[in-house]
Ligand binder design. Structure first.
Ligand code: SF4
Ligand code: SF4
Length: 405
């Protein structure tokens, strides 16, 4: 995951100096929200920079190792900052939380799916750019600069907790922030401000009720009862954050997801009934499929992922995922590409997953490619994958009944 982007203003007055007395916080808050909506955010709310209410859940989640390889989340400094936003910006007196909409998922093409949020331009760039414009408008309105920090997604904040406290919605059982009129197809961003804005009432109601659709549909059963995820089993984590091998026991559950997973949002009734459909969806920025990735050279992959969030998975991660999708879809037309990856790819993770996929295809050409690899492959993990693939799939017990979309 990329490090947090931090944009900082120039301080025009001493950092401990209070906001000028003639600024009415109510009218300033109105202006702040109107300006955020004018810039394209669909929700805007304000909360105080107090510690988040469910920080203990976060501690327990880390203690159980459910963050997987995302070790940066467990660093002491990162934990302290998430416990108290004033450690991020000591002058912070209020936090503006905003939501940016993205188009709901489209039906699968049958060649690999990309999570809906990632099909447009890289949201980190878009949201921080808009928030920087918002700061400019606030400075022009006030006639002076003020201390601030801007974040989206990767910052040291429990942002869904901040959003709930700013009145934007509740945290659903699928761990997404859900707004009663917009559903959960939104991305969150925050501005920590050395300004006095008026906090909104928190959204404490739990509108999930007795619904369990997301839990029932999650292919890996990784949604936990305390509204957190075991990230180590979540397809989003496996296909984006995990840099090494995807555990063999979870590869089948990855299904046709190339990057991320939308299932627990797609089944949510608040999205099914209320998420607004775009007037004109337009062409997605990022739309490579498994064949597009496996059949491309490095230059072409760079071109296909330029300016998109897909870059987070890196070349090796995308090819690893594409091999799993090809294996799960039994895409025999991609056998030559998989055989080439096993033979030539410089990344052992890609070769190992190509071997797994060839084992899933199980045809004569695939077995020939696997046997040929055994003659030349020197990496012990790849060799192990090849041997396992030649032996054929080991039957595994299902994680749970039902599952799937
Ligand atoms: Fe993760 Fe997909 Fe399960 Fe949601 S449905 S928790 S994104 S694996
Ligand atoms: Fe809540 Fe049901 Fe949506 Fe899950 S699917 S988040 S339980 S409303």
């Amino acid at each position: 995951m990329r490090p947090p982007r931090v944009l900082t203003s120039v301080y025009h007055w001493r950092v401990d100096e209070p906001q000028p007395k003639d600024v009415d916080p109510h009218s300033l808050t109105r202006f702040a929200k109107d300006e955020a909506l004018r810039l394209g955010f669909v929700l805007a709310g304000v909360t105080a920079p107090d510690p988040p209410p469910h920080v203990e859940t976060y501690h327990a989640w880390l203690a159980q190792g459910r963050h997987g390889e995302m070790g940066y989340l467990a660093r002491p400094a990162a934990i302290e900052r998430r416990e108290d936003p004033r450690r991020v910006l000591p002058e912070c007196r209020s936090i503006l939380v905003v939501a940016w909409p993205y188009d709901p998922p489209t039906p699968s093409t049958g060649r690999g799916r990309i999570a809906a949020y990632a099909r447009g331009p890289d949201y980190h760039e878009v949201l921080l750019e808009r928030l920087a414009q918002w700061v400019g408008a606030m400075e022009a309105h006030l006639g002076h600069a003020f201390p601030f920090r801007l974040y989206t997604d990767t910052g040291p904040l429990l942002e869904r907790e901040m959003a709930q406290r700013a009145g934007l919605g509740w945290i659903g059982k699928n761990t997404c922030l859900i707004h009663p009129q917009r559903g959960s197809y939104v991305l969150l961003a925050e501005a920590l401000l050395g300004l006095d804005l008026v906090p909104d009432p928190p959204f404490w109601a739990d509108r999930c009720g007795t619904c369990t659709r997301c839990l029932d549909a999650c292919p890996t059963a990784c949604i936990l009862p305390d509204r957190s995820l075991d990230a180590r089993r979540c397809i989003s984590y496996l296909t984006i954050e995990l840099k090494g091998s995807i555990p063999a026991s979870l590869r089948e559950d990855v299904g046709d997801w190339l990057f991320g997973c939308d299932i627990c949002q797609q089944v949510c009734p608040w999205n099914v009934r209320f998420a607004p459909m775009p007037d004109d969806p337009g062409a997605p920025t990022a739309d490579p499929d498994a064949s597009g990735l496996l059949g491309s050279d490095d230059e072409e992959i760079r071109r296909q992922t330029k300016g998109t969030a897909l870059r987070r998975a890196r070349r090796g991660g995308l090819l690893r995922n594409a091999a799993i999708v090809a294996g799960n879809l039994r895409a025999h037309d991609l056998q030559p590409e998989l055989a080439r990856c096993l033979r030539e790819d410089p990344d052992p993770i890609v070769r190992a997953h190509a071997a797994w996929a060839l084992g899933r295809l199980g045809d004569r050409e695939s077995r020939q490619a696997l046997r040929a690899a055994l003659e030349v492959e020197t990496d012990p993990e790849v060799r192990e994958e090849v041997v396992r693939a030649l032996r054929g799939p080991t039957p595994t017990l299902p994680l749970k009944g039902g599952g799937g979309e």
